[in-house]
Design a binder for this molecule. Sequence first.
Ligand code: ZN
Length: 176
Amino acid sequence: MKFCSSCGAPVTHEIPDGDNRHRHICGSCDEIHYKNPNVVVGVIAEWQGKIILCRRAIEPRIGYWTMPAGYLEINESTDEGAAREAEEEAGIDVEIGDLLTLINIPQIGQVQMIYQGTLRSPDFEAGIESLEVKLVTEDEIPWDDLAFPTVKISLEHYYASRRAGEFSLHTQVLRR
Ligand SMILES: [Zn+2]
């Protein structure tokens, strides 16, 4: 950040009084611009034993596969955000179920929450952020062409839970 998003004046990067981290501080209106982690929400959505995967139409990792997922918006809960991302990216109507994975990625300031869910109908359609959407069996998962490590972790936990007959929560911290 170079300029204040409130008043447009140049910002400095320093530790505010009473704080212990560097922040961007406006030299004109004194606003302190905090930068905090983002929450990513997504869903592994099932229909008759198959799940929905999307091939990404946007960077990063364009052309690689993921479950529908994206940034949580202001004014929505995490399950609402997961359902919205599923609608936007895969054109699906999904009933959100149990939380499957909670993955922290501290170095990029991200917390990912991936749910399990069930399609209310088998209709799907690629949204503008997807090149392609499909329903796949476990054997058809493109394990070598998944977009992110968190996708692999979530899918592995999903199938392990399904085999165990019960969805449980898997938590993990990813560090480089
Ligand atoms: Zn300002």
